[in-house]
Design a binder for this molecule. Structure first.
Ligand code: PLP
Length: 404
């Protein structure tokens, strides 16, 4: 029989969040070993449940959701997204500029497929949310990583961005609030990025899925609101803010200056039609989700789970000898630094693997986010405090004698 290999299009695609360390964790679980999982931003398994109203509305609409919808999505969902854009001062958005998708994930893939020719470059942050890099690569493009600077709250390094622009650069991805760092970018940084995009005629791809998960009274600014003259594509969804990651609902909004991107929009329309439509029952909850009372706000205040868990993990990690971490402003991720000299660490994937084998605890190594040095890892602080305590205890014990 012929052998069937995976497509060579996937050869340079690296998606480590669910990579070899995760495979070992799955093997361990299959053998009955309990693994403490600090690796995936999945709210529901950690006791963060969807508001009842959302579930009730999906049930109420299930009969009307049997057929394919308009390929971009049902009108009420797109109207609610349009109004949400108005509240965030995202300019020049009509219902027609909005595409619903099976999560932001589908829209990332679709937009990169629509835009890129072989060899085109897109600027992506390092550390990144690796799906961006994977989708750019799979579309024949090249992800060029720009640095985010840990010493400046993990803000993008504007000089590094400028240095990495070439005649082949078509766009820049901005993930704000950021996964994996939890950083929220201030207006000045966003304005600098907009200026770079303006001067170099780049499309801004703004992944803002964590915009409703901001703490400490800070406010998220949509980068598109600062760039009415620049083509912007905005990504958002309900997986995190409404704890419905499994329902699969996200969207993409084309805003700002659309004149130079008519061809790209044509490509997006073709691909949107080809996939027929996104999950229709999940579209039916968008209007309810985006209007009125926002239950997530309670989780982000002192006494709320996300706030309290962030306080705990930030203080606990910084009290471990050889570990330091910047305090996240938003989302539920922290990206601590390891003193690689102290533990003579040369390979961060090995570090994550050894930690898993010795302490049955799963983290994601920094390399999984295209971070080049072996000196970081990501912790998802969604598990309840008791589990976070266990995690910190395991890490402290592990590091006591660890050397590579
Ligand atoms: N973008 C970022 C920055 C994310 O962290 C995630 C999920 O973790 C996604 C997109 C994907 O979200 P969705 O569930 O809407 O596909």
């Amino acid at each position: 029989m012929r052998e069937f290999k995976k497509s060579s299009k996937l050869d340079n695609v690296c998606y480590d969040i669910r990579g070899p360390v995760m495979d070992e964790a799955n093997r361990m679980e299959a053998n009955g070993i309990q693994v403490l999982k600090m690796n995936i931003g999945n709210p529901a398994p950690n006791g963060f449940f969807a508001p009842d109203e959302i579930v009730e509305d999906m049930i109420a609409n299930i009969r009307e959701s049997e057929g394919y919808s308009n390929s971009k999505g049902i009108f009420s969902a797109r109207k609610a997204i349009m109004q949400y854009c108005q509240l965030k001062n995202i300019p020049n958005v009509s219902v027609d500029d909005i595409y619903t998708g099976n999560g932001v994930s589908e829209m990332i893939s679709l937009s990169m497929q629509a835009l890129l020719d072989n060899g085109d470059e897109v600027l992506v942050p390092a550390p990144d949310y690796p799906l961006w890099t994977a989708c750019i690569t799979l579309s024949g493009g090249k992800a060029v990583h720009y640095l985010c600077d840990e010493k400046s709250n993990w803000y993008p390094d504007i000089d590094d961005i400028k240095k990495k622009i070439t005649p082949k650069t078509k766009g820049i991805v901005v993930i704000n609030p950021n996964n994996p760092t939890g950083s929220l970018y201030p207006k000045e940084i966003l304005e600098d990025i907009v200026q770079v995009a303006r001067e170099n005629e780049l499309i801004i791809f703004a992944d803002e899925i964590y915009d409703r998960l901001v703490m400490d009274g800070k406010k998220h600014i949509a980068i598109a609101s600062l760039a009415p003259d620049v083509p912007t594509v905005n990504f958002n969804g309900l997986s995190k803010s409404h704890r419905v990651a499994g329902f699969r609902i996200g969207w993409m909004v084309i805003a700002g200056n659309k004149k130079p991107i008519k061809g790209f929009i044509e490509g997006v329309n073709m691909l949107s039609s080809m996939r027929l439509c996104s999950n229709v029952p999940a579209q039916s909850i968008v209007q309810t989700a985006l209007g009125g009372y926002q239950s997530v706000d309670r989780l982000l205040e002192p006494g709320g789970r996300i706030f309290d868990q962030r306080e705990y993990i930030y203080n606990a990690l910084n009290s471990i000898d050889g570990i330091s971490a910047v305090k996240p402003d938003a989302a539920f991720y922290i990206f601590p630094k390891i003193d690689t000299e102290k533990f003579s660490i040369k390979n961060d994937e090995q570090f994550a693997y050894d930690f898993l084998k010795q302490k049955n605890t799963l983290i994601t190594h920094g390399g999984g986010f295209h971070w080049e040095k072996p000196d970081h890892f990501r912790v998802v602080f969604l598990p309840e405090i008791e589990k976070l305590k266990k995690f910190v205890e395991n890490l402290t014990d592990f590091l006591e004698n660890y050397h590579q």
